[in-house]
Design a protein around this ligand. Structure first.
Ligand SMILES: NC(=O)c1ccc[n+]([C@@H]2O[C@H](COP(=O)([O-])OP(=O)(O)OC[C@H]3O[C@@H](n4cnc5c(N)ncnc54)[C@H](OP(=O)(O)O)[C@@H]3O)[C@@H](O)[C@H]2O)c1
Length: 164
């Protein structure tokens, strides 16, 4: 039976390419992100199974992820690529807060939802995985991007904790 992956942040960049690669390898893939026209364009190209418009900063996002898992008929891999970041030398507070909301709160909201889903559906596939694109900025802070670097370190630590 084909394995099933959810790709969060599949409307561009790394997430989009990973979604296409997984589909090309025979996975059933459910994609998500805010830009619905891009999700629909990917579906129309063929290969992707289903989509859900999800904003990880929304309190409704966990329910929407569960809906997408339902549409896909299960999940063997949760792949989280959603993220934002800026070089922010002027320390624009608005940019810093948005980064915290997406890479900190949004990341935690979605990864916890996936983790709890796996915890309660363990019988489905004991080899199920959560994978996230964090960043080298989480290893050593980049002076021009404090919130980005700090949230990427947060993500690394968070995942290390969940792995225990
Ligand atoms: N590119 C690099 O060199 C690099 C290096 C290290 C780490 N990374 C990390 O890799 C990940 C992907 O980066 P990328 O380069 O592929 O960037 P990208 O092309 O800008 O893709 C970012 C993805 O995140 C999604 N996203 C942003 N805010 C979201 C929100 N509130 N809710 C749901 N989805 C949201 C976007 O979808 P919508 O806008 O449609 O919502 C988009 O699909 C990021 O976490 C980034 O920090 C990238």
């Amino acid at each position: 039976m084909a394995k099933k992956a959810i790709v969060m942040g599949a409307t561009s960049g790394i997430g989009m390419e990973v979604a296409k690669l997984l589909a090309a390898k025979g996975w059933q893939v459910g994609i998500a992100g805010r830009r619905i026209e891009r999700l629909q364009a990917l579906i129309s190209q063929g290969g992707i199974t289903c989509y859900q418009q999800i904003d990880v900063t929304s309190p409704d996002a966990p329910a929407q992820l569960l809906e997408l898992i339902e549409k896909l008929g299960g999940m063997d891999l949760y792949f989280h690529s959603s993220g934002i970041g800026w070089q922010n030398n002027s320390l624009d507070i608005e940019k810093e807060m948005k980064t915290l909301e997406t890479n900190g709160l949004g990341f935690t909201r979605m990864v916890d939802t996936a983790f709890n889903w796996f915890a309660t559906h363990h019988h489905c596939n004991p080899k199920a995985r959560i994978a996230c694109i964090t960043s080298i900025a989480g290893t050593k802070g980049l002076g021009a991007a404090p919130a980005y670097s700090a949230t990427k370190r947060f993500q690394n630590h968070y995942l290390e904790c969940l792995s225990q």
